[in-house]
Design a protein around this ligand. Structure first.
Ligand code: S3P
Length: 169
């Protein structure tokens, strides 16, 4: 590996970052870390609570701290939250400290994978399709900016995607 021995997964909500990340970590014998879980563990509260009480800005501050710390480790597969790349400091840390894989996913798949989930405050909206489409417009250039590889998660199952990535990194 050319950069830090980390693999960092970026992409929208419902891209499968956590599921694929777990499989990939197993395949590489790396530790799997999920920045959202780390934020919740450190705060002692879940993400909807953090958004309610501290607003998105409070959540982003916590996310920046966690990503800065986690990316300084070595030998991890890191799943980042879908909005992590909106902060420049995160983009810098992510692209400098790991092989970055953008999990490219259609809006249809994102909707299907997030449909029953109430843990994503940004999707507690009458029209989640509209939200995901708008977020994609502003965020996709940023996913592409940090990505070393782009992998489509629509076409194949999780195991195959994890195998594809383990061959790339
Ligand atoms: C967010 C994505 C979520 C979580 C938070 C905000 C976003 O992570 O960080 O709800 O801004 O897209 P996942 O991408 O793991 O769902």
């Amino acid at each position: 590996m050319s950069k830090h021995g980390n693999v960092i997964l970026v992409g929208p909500m419902g891209a499968g970052k956590s599921t694929i990340g777990r499989q990939l970590a197993q395949a590489l014998s790396y530790e799997f870390v999920d920045s959202d879980h780390e934020i919740e563990a450190r705060t002692g509260a879940d993400i909807p609570w953090i958004f309610d009480v501290e607003g998105e800005e409070g959540f982003r501050r916590r996310e920046e701290t966690v990503i800065d710390e986690l990316t300084q480790r070595d030998g991890i597969v890191l799943a980042t939250g879908g909005g992590a790349i909106t902060r420049e400091a995160n983009r810098r840390a992510i692209s400098a400290r790991g092989i970055v894989v953008y999990l490219k996913t259609s809006i249809e798949q994102q909707l299907a994978r997030t449909a029953k989930d109430r843990k994503r405050p940004l999707l507690q909206h009458a029209e989640p399709r509209k939200v995901l489409t708008e977020l994609m417009k502003t965020r996709e250039p940023l996913y592409l900016e940090v990505a070393d590889h782009v992998v489509d998660t629509d076409a194949s199952n999780i195991k195959d995607v994890a195998l594809t990535i383990s061959d790339l990194v």
